[in-house]
Design a protein around this ligand. Structure first.
Ligand code: AMP
Length: 114
């Protein structure tokens, strides 16, 4: 598998505003934000889509969500509310084929999404 753009960010081969890192995940600001807070939480393991995740990724998937929740608190949007989004495949708008969770906050979000 060739390195995704996110793996290149994780390896510091291309720049990003990294705000969190541990042994499982990296979080950085989205380069094209759609909300005042728009952070991507990305597993260090390069899994292309949610369809490719399996039982052995259970802890990793939990770490992604827990990290997003902690960052929401840290960024001060946890009480007002925030949205977590994982797009799977082109029909859902996925453009980078390395699983990532969007943390979106700082504005009102409609439901259902457009
Ligand atoms: P998705 O459409 O769910 O695959 O989301 C991919 C996201 O990655 C988009 O919101 C892009 O703006 C973001 N993105 C793409 N390249 C970069 C980059 N080099 N640094 C930060 N965010 C990026």
């Amino acid at each position: 598998m060739t390195d995704s753009i996110f793996t290149k960010i994780i390896k510091r081969e291309i720049p990003a505003n990294i705000i969190y890192e541990d042994e499982y995940v990296v979080a950085f600001e989205d380069v094209n934000p759609v909300a005042p807070i728009h952070i991507l939480v990305v597993p260090k393991k390069q899994i292309p889509t949610m369809n490719d995740a399996n039982e052995e990724d259970t802890i990793l998937l939990g770490k992604i969500l827990l990290t997003a929740g902690k960052l929401a608190k840290q960024k001060g949007v946890s009480e007002d509310g925030y949205r977590l989004v994982i797009n799977c495949n082109k029909g859902a708008g996925q453009t980078v084929f390395h699983i990532h969770c969007h943390l979106l906050g700082g504005r009102i979000f409609n439901w259902p999404p457009g």
